[in-house]
Design a binder for this molecule. Sequence first.
Ligand code: BES
Ligand code: ZN
Ligand code: ZN
Length: 473
Amino acid sequence: MQLDIALGLEDASMNFHLIDRDKVKVKLPEAALNRVKEAAEDKLTHVILPAEKALHIAFLGEAGNDPYTLEAHRKAGHEALSQIRHNKSVTIQIFDHMNDADAVGAFIEGLLLSDYHFEVLKSEPKGSDATVIRVKSSVFSAKALDEMVQLTYAVHWARDLVNLPLSHLTAEGFARAVATAGDRNGFSVEVFTKQKIESLKMGGLLAVNRGSIDPPTFTIAEWKPEKAVNKKPVVLVGKGVVYDTGGISLKPTANSMDFMKSDMAGAAMMAAVLDACARLKLPIHTMALIPATDNRPDGNAIVPGDVITMYDGTTVEVKNTDAEGRLILADALSYAKKFEPSLVIDAATLTGAAVRAIGTYGCCVMGTADDDIFEELNEAGYETYERNVRFPLWPEYEEELKSDVADMSNLGKGEGGQVSAAMFLKHFTDYPWMHIDIAGPSFMHSKSSYRGKGGTGTGVRLLVRFMKKHFDL
Ligand code: BES
Ligand code: ZN
Ligand code: ZN
């Protein structure tokens, strides 16, 4: 079986599409065949063979399907793409002698995920190299390849959203981007304006928005296929702080504010997961709720010590205006109750504490869902190499959130800050719930293999894998 993918400019940073597999014909030259034999004798798992206009990659030997081996294949896919650019090759041929769909799949995934350039704001975009990948494998199916391409589109879209600065992506801009994706890929989108948000009394979202010159939005996206396997929806909630200055509790500029355009990575992740569900036509009724605003100081901005009333009526003393994510998420989590969800998952660049706990290598997760659901997330994490570590919601963390003047404070102690933040959110849930703090892996300050530099689109592959596992698809 042969499968071809063409890498080429489709639109902006989405660089590939499937092409007719009979259009390209390249055979493995004699010299290359000898190299393959040598590599097999050396027990290499794969060998990359640059030829005049092509790059041949042969998969050989015994595959290991542990997460670390598969991740090595993804990284090798990334390296192969770099070589293609370097050699100006036009074709990559992948020969799967290993007969291992997972191994060759991971390699192709690394290749596809690497073919991303954020150039929409450059006056002279370099574009992508028009490259054709040909896969020869008896086990890796055309369907698997197509799914991988669709999923990669969703990941690249999440990266685009994260990489766009506030000047080009306000809360309203974000909502419009989701609506456009909905029109294109067949999911429905409703956007609440400031007026509607005021009439609903979403006090958390409105409080954070008070210092802003732009109105907030609350976006509801829904993928409801006819033959859904679930009766009650899975609701995804994403933090959409399109820029976080910290508000009156201003962040220092260097190292903490300069990349805060990425504080909507949770929103981008959840929008992209919904987009992926629609693209892949997964038979799962799924919704995404996205509260969005920027957080900045102004004459009208909330100040530390202010007490606000949330959507569900809880009063909150805002001790630090930089702990704004939990305020907008809380309103969305309360609003989610209305849909009687079987499971709610939220994702947020919520705390620096999550980054200090495990760095950029994974996410901190917490919540009230059953252990076996967390185990499914854990497995999906290793399979996609978007790993996560669960932290306990011990009652002591709740103590930290007591306020003298209001029902709760938005600030816990500094230590274990990712847990006190999750504890704050828990107050607004009454359903099985998982919280994913993506502050670490959502944005890379230097190049990180196929994740690239800047927005990574982290969590999209994780949750799509999780949903398939959770619903036995
Ligand atoms: N957006 C930040 C968290 C963040 C930190 C994201 C680093 C990405 C990388 C969040 O709104 C924040 O400022 N959190 C504070 C909370 C604190 C004031 C309780 C933090 O973690 O310092
Ligand atoms: Zn903040
Ligand atoms: Zn923030």
